[in-house]
Design a protein around this ligand. Structure first.
Ligand SMILES: Cc1cc2nc3c(=O)[nH]c(=O)nc-3n(C[C@H](O)[C@H](O)[C@H](O)COP(=O)(O)O)c2cc1C
Length: 191
């Protein structure tokens, strides 16, 4: 495990990973790290669905069903090709973790904060993946928020996908990424 600053700055979205399986214990470590995220009122508003092997078909089928809605007028052969591509998306990494926000129903709880905590959990997961030599990318896109995705993953009413985290061993050099310096995003109010 390296220095925190290096881990934070060195983490990149890794969209291309090898097919090599990731040990289950390592995936479990990522999730154990995720659950240490800050959360207001101690709600721990998250759960995770880990998809590997043929288990990724659940996600692929959802991608297919969602895409199919927009392909009604497309000729059969082309339609099938497009749907196969949708299924293939779920197989881009050996492990796909759906991070789910499970908002508390306590009256004083604010949904924005439940989402904030879930997002922080995803960042913990990504940083730990990077620190352990894995590559990961946080994916969403419209399908992640589609009702058919919710149904496919068997989410309850108020639950929602906050990320589909694709994880594996990196198969590309870390891309270059840039950030505007924090000091350009900061004002100080001082005495
Ligand atoms: C909420 C959220 C959703 C994202 N969805 C996608 C996505 O659907 N596809 C993708 O390639 N990257 C996605 N990303 C990753 C960003 O593209 C990436 O973080 C950004 O390009 C900066 O690169 P870096 O992560 O390597 O620093 C998402 C990031 C966030 C925070």
């Amino acid at each position: 495990m390296g220095n925190l600053d290096d881990i934070i700055r060195g983490r990149r979205s890794i969209g291309k990973v090898k097919n090599d399986p990731v040990p289950k214990e390592l995936v479990e470590e990522l999730i154990e790290s995720a659950v240490w995220a800050p959360n207001h009122h101690g709600t721990e508003p998250w759960r995770f669905i880990v998809m590997t092997g043929e288990g990724r078909r659940t996600l692929g089928q959802a991608y297919e069903d969602i895409a199919a809605e927009g392909l009604l007028d497309v000729p059969d052969a082309e339609r099938e090709q497009r749907l196969n591509k949708e299924m293939a998306k779920a197989f881009r990494a050996p492990v796909v973790i759906a991070a789910i926000c499970v908002p508390s129903d306590m009256p004083r709880v604010n949904i924005a904060e439940e989402l904030a905590a879930s997002h922080a959990a995803v960042q913990n997961l990504l940083l730990t993946a990077h620190a352990k030599g894995l590559g990961a990318v946080w994916r969403t896109g419209d399908p992640a928020y589609h009702l058919k995705m919710k149904k496919a993953l068997d989410l309850k009413d108020r639950e929602q996908v906050v990320g589909l985290i694709y994880v594996g061993y990196p198969d590309l050099l870390p891309p270059v990424s840039r950030r505007t310096a924090g000091k350009e995003k900061t004002i100080w109010l001082e005495g």
